[in-house]
Each structure stands twice: as C-alpha cells, then as structure tokens.
Design a protein. Structure first.
Length: 125
C-alpha cells in the first residue's frame, strides 16, 4: 500500500505526463495536412485531448468522492475519444509522422489504463 506522499507524487507525475501528452498532441495537430476531413479531426482531437488533462486536473482537486468519480470518468471518456481520433487518422492513412502517431497511441492507451484504474478504485471504496 502506498503512503500518502507516494500517492501525491504519483498523482503529480501523472498530471505532468498527461500535460506532456496533450502538448505533443497539439504539436501533432499543427502538422496535419489541411483539408475538410482533417479540419474536423483536428478540432475534435484538440478538444478531447485538452479536456482529458483539464478533467484529470479537476479530479485531483475534487471536493468529494462523487465529484472525483464524475471528473475522472469524464477524463477517461475524453482520453478514449482522443484515442479514437488518433485511430481514425491511422485508419484513413492521413500522411503524418507515423512514429509519433504510434507513440501518441501507445501513451494514451497507458493513460486510459491508469485513469480507468483510478475510476474503478473510486467505486470499490
């Protein structure tokens, strides 16, 4: 079982990790070719990725267990949506840095797993 300090350190590391991922997504979005399809994907991916970070941050400041559960659930949903849009870019074959796309997909998969575990832990307590 983690000490309170270890728990706080883990949460802070996750906040930084998510923020770093969001900045990478924003940089990635700036590199997308501009056309009718990518404009929609770009907009949706920017919204969902930034919302992931914002809602995780809000969950960390929650005033109650109910509020934590609500915010962390939104963070999971938004992270999943971000993963979806990245998968659409991949499936559509949009010309992007494939190494970065794979890296972003791997990272969001790990983030979703962590956030989902936090949400599940909140319901089991």
């Amino acid at each position: 079982m983690r000490s309170e300090q270890e728990k706080q350190d883990f949460v802070e590391q996750l906040r930084k990790r998510i923020k770093k991922w969001v900045v990478r997504v924003l940089d990635f979005c700036e590199q997308l070719p501009v056309n009718a399809v990518t404009r929609v994907i770009n907009f949706q991916l920017i919204k969902s990725s930034t919302s992931t970070g914002a809602n995780h941050r809000a969950a960390c400041r929650a005033r109650s267990k109910k509020e934590f559960f609500a915010k962390i659930s939104i963070a999971v949903e938004e992270a999943d949506e971000s993963q979806y849009w990245l998968e659409i870019i991949e499936a559509k074959g949009i010309k992007v840095d494939e190494t970065e796309l794979e890296s972003l997909l791997k990272e969001i998969d790990e983030i979703i797993r962590i956030l989902s575990k936090a949400r599940n832990s909140a319901t089991s307590k």
